[in-house]
Design a protein around this ligand. Structure first.
Ligand SMILES: CC(C)(COP(=O)(O)OP(=O)(O)OC[C@H]1O[C@@H](n2cnc3c(N)ncnc32)[C@H](O)[C@@H]1OP(=O)(O)O)[C@@H](O)C(=O)NCCC(=O)NCCSC(=O)C[C@@](O)(CC(=O)O)C(=O)O
Ligand SMILES: [Mg+2]
Length: 295
């Protein structure tokens, strides 16, 4: 398995791949992943220029550990094949497929990646795939999409296009996204891939942003697509385990291991009932703490 499939992705920051001002130093803000956008942030008559800029940036700039994800254009456009070739040749880590509605779309992208990896002498299997779900049909097909390829590491909800398809809009309350969020996280967990929430575009509403991030973390999401560096701190803060969480999780893991040897299945830690069902959750907290660099 490609080791990067499970890497830490609390923040996936979009930027327009054509904008030198953004592309040249996005790594200084330390998002976990950068999404170089060739799709909706790039005007229709600027697609070639954006690819040129992407190739130049990815082959000359050291992004210092930030994952490099390229959002290609949709499969209903004449651009996506060239986007895939350019992204793979540039040395990207992953491709984000927008407006995904079927597993066949993921397979088509995979075929193009396989060809490009051969042509550009990239190790086979290096480039991963994530899908963005942006329609009612996409939500209904989420499990099949998540299981479409061994290269799939995750799925993201794209709220702007999704609410347009649903004939509603982003309200700031989250009510319009409730069903899709729930279905997507269930599909992702069933397929054992990661799940990411949509962007929050009201940039000056930091309280609203914090509240939304708290909610999606409790729902089980692994992270969030973001559009601005000002949003990184809040997401990392909320997605990074606290010292208290870490100490408790250490105790849970230690006690479950110990009690198992003694033939004891259920007991208490700090007054809370614990059994084997708590093991994975506690391990996940410790893994998250290690990946975040605080453990
Ligand atoms: C919104 C704004 C113009 C505001 O700019 P402003 O300049 O006013 O921001 P400031 O805060 O003043 O910037 C302070 C400093 O940070 C630098 N800086 C800002 N943003 C940066 C960044 N992203 N990366 C690196 N650097 C950055 C900036 O250069 C400055 O640097 P400096 O001058 O040196 O101090 C800008 O952020 C931006 O372009 N964002 C990305 C927008 C984008 O890509 N949208 C497409 C993806 S969504 C979509 O398609 C919908 C979706 O598909 C989504 C889904 O799939 O989920 C769906 O359907 O819902
Ligand atoms: Mg979109």
């Amino acid at each position: 398995m490609n080791e990067n499939k499970k890497r830490l992705r609390r923040t996936m920051m979009f930027l327009n791949a054509q904008k030198p001002g953004l592309i040249k130093d996005a790594y200084i803000y330390k998002p976990d992943s950068i999404i170089f956008d060739l799709e909706d942030a790039v005007a229709e008559n600027q697609k070639d220029a954006a690819r040129y800029s992407l190739f130049h940036a990815l082959t000359t700039i050291d992004y210092r550990g930030c994952e490099k994800v390229v959002r290609i254009n949709g499969l209903d456009t004449p651009y996506w094949r060239e986007d895939v070739r350019c992204a793979v040749a540039s040395g990207c880590d992953a491709i984000r497929v927008p407006k995904t509605e079927s597993p066949q779309q993921i397979k088509l992208v995979e075929e193009e990646i396989v060809k490009a990896e051969k042509v550009y002498h990239i190790p086979a299997g290096k480039v991963l795939i994530m899908a963005a779900v942006e329609s009612a049909r996409g939500v209904m097909k989420a499990l099949d999409v998540c299981e479409a390829s061994e290269r799939m590491f995750g799925v993201a909800l794209s709220g702007g296009d999704y609410t347009r398809d649903l004939q509603t809009h982003i309200t700031g309350t989250g009510v319009e996204l409730m069903g899709a969020r729930q279905q997507l996280i269930i599909a992702a967990r069933a397929a054992k891939v990661q799940c990411f929430d949509t962007v929050f575009t009201d940039l000056d509403n930091m309280d609203g942003f914090r509240q939304e991030v708290e909610t999606i973390r409790l729902m089980g999401f692994d992270g969030k697509s973001i559009v601005n560096p000002r949003q990184i701190g809040i997401v990392h803060d909320i997605f990074t385990p606290t010292k208290k969480d870490i100490i408790f999780s250490e105790k849970v893991v230690r006690e479950i291991d110990e009690k198992k040897k003694q033939g004891i299945g259920v007991f208490t830690v700090d007054g809370k009932m614990i059994d084997i069902a708590f093991y994975d959750g506690a391990k996940r907290v410790l893994d998250m703490a290690k990946a975040s660099g605080i453990y």
